[in-house]
Design a protein around this ligand. Structure first.
Ligand code: EPS
Length: 385
């Protein structure tokens, strides 16, 4: 079993993770992790915080001479902004009044529910941990999961398919074209015309002091059939993917394959017909998004996440102060306008983790070579089927 925990606050000294269950002998390079951290920090519509941070991974355990040893991998990213928050976020007891106390919950954020639940009168105790800053660590963990998948020829990509009212059209593009175009686009969208309109949508939201959401799509290429299982609810791969994507801050919807679109058409237009040629089964469509009965069936895995507009707004929106119980309209001095491009990179990471976990579960192995031998044996069995 692969598992990880993250720790740390948005304006605390650092954020960190422990990732356990990797086979020994897996190549891990800080440059590969940094590449994904940088991709997460980009995207049109980010706020000023991203100009402060240059996320750089420190690997503090579990890796020696570029390879895992089988033990937990310990990861740390320093928060540069911490320098400006040492008193507000001090670990030690404060000896006077604390600056930047938050008593005004932002609608749509964890502030109020967390304040009630944890009985905190300074909502900073909630928002610091709820912040999407935490996704830095999910991306770092995902980068390592991606190296594990890479050892089996499995690739993970993402692109933005909607911002606000603007939809991308990528029909006719190969996956390589999608990756290439999305990586070159400021909104990580492979449809150039749509990308221009998305940028205009973000500018419009910004001019209204508002925020805007959208949809990202993650694809997993070359996953073997049989990851996950139909036999128990918590082993179903689609359920595990949905949980992982839904757990990304601001995600309100997850689709696999046609998703909610399955309700608009008849069964014969939903299910992917099965063909057999040259010793293998294949489909000509992939409306199932690569998962049937909670298991991969050998087609591309396609998962989409829908992001609400983020909850920190520069314009006013009604709320109630938790101390005075008086109504006020909230306004913020700093916020991202759109994080959908970054969320796609985070989506890749959490999906890569779930698929890597399912690979580890199916093929086991304490070393990468043992896992690869098990994988090969299974693929031979599938080829003989
Ligand atoms: C976030 C608020 C902003 C974002 C932050 C998430 O930070 P700040 O309050 O410091 O301006 O930039 O995202 C990140 C720091 C990040 O690394 O993605 C929030 O409240 O969720």
């Amino acid at each position: 079993m692969l598992r990880y925990l993250t720790a740390g606050e948005s304006h605390g000294p650092a954020i960190s993770a422990i990732l356990e269950g990797l086979p020994a002998g897996l190549p891990v390079a800080a440059e590969d992790i940094d590449r994904d951290l940088k991709r997460r920090q980009g995207g049109y519509g980010r706020g000023r915080r991203m100009q402060i941070e240059t996320d750089t991974i420190e690997i503090r355990g579990g890796v020696r001479h570029g390879r895992t040893m089988g033990g937990p991998v310990s990861l740390v990213v320093q928060n540069r902004d911490w320098q400006n928050w040492t008193d507000v976020m001090a670990i030690e007891e404060a000896d006077g009044p604390v600056r930047r106390r938050v008593t005004r919950p932002r609608p749509g954020h964890a502030d109020l529910a967390g304040g009630l639940k944890y009985d905190r009168r300074d909502l900073r105790d909630i928002l610091e941990r709820a912040s999407a800053r935490e996704t830095t660590m999910r991306v770092a963990v995902g980068a390592i999961a991606r190296s594990l998948l890479g050892a089996f020829g499995i690739r993970v990509l993402s692109h933005v398919v909607r911002i606000g009212q603007v939809d991308a059209d990528v029909s006719g593009l190969s996956n390589d074209e999608i990756i290439e175009r999305a990586e070159a686009s400021p909104v990580r969208c492979a449809d150039e015309d749509a990308a221009q309109k998305m940028i205009a949508e973000i500018d419009r939201a910004k001019s209204l002091k508002d925020t805007i959401g959208g949809v990202f799509e993650v694809k997993v290429l070359n996953a073997p059939p049989g990851l996950g299982s139909h036999v128990q609810w918590d082993r179903k791969l689609d359920g595990r993917l949905a949980q992982a994507v839904m757990s990304i801050q601001a995600v309100k919807g997850v689709e696999i394959g046609l998703g909610f679109g399955v309700t608009r058409v008849l069964g014969s237009e939903v299910h992917d017909e099965i063909f057999y040629e040259d010793g293998r089964f294949y489909r000509e469509t992939n409306r199932a998004g690569g998962v049937e009965g909670g298991m991969t069936e050998g087609e591309e895995i396609v998962v989409r996440g829908a992001l609400k507009p983020i909850a920190t707004l520069m314009r006013t929106i009604m709320s109630v102060d938790i101390e005075t119980k008086e109504a006020f309209d909230s306004a913020k001095e700093r916020s991202d306008v759109c994080t959908v491009p970054a969320a796609g990179v985070i989506g890749e990471a959490v999906v890569a983790f779930v698929v890597a976990d399912a690979m580890q579960e199916k093929f086991g192995g304490d070393s990468l070579e043992e896992m690869q031998r098990n994988y090969q044996g299974y693929m031979d069995q599938v080829a003989r089927y």
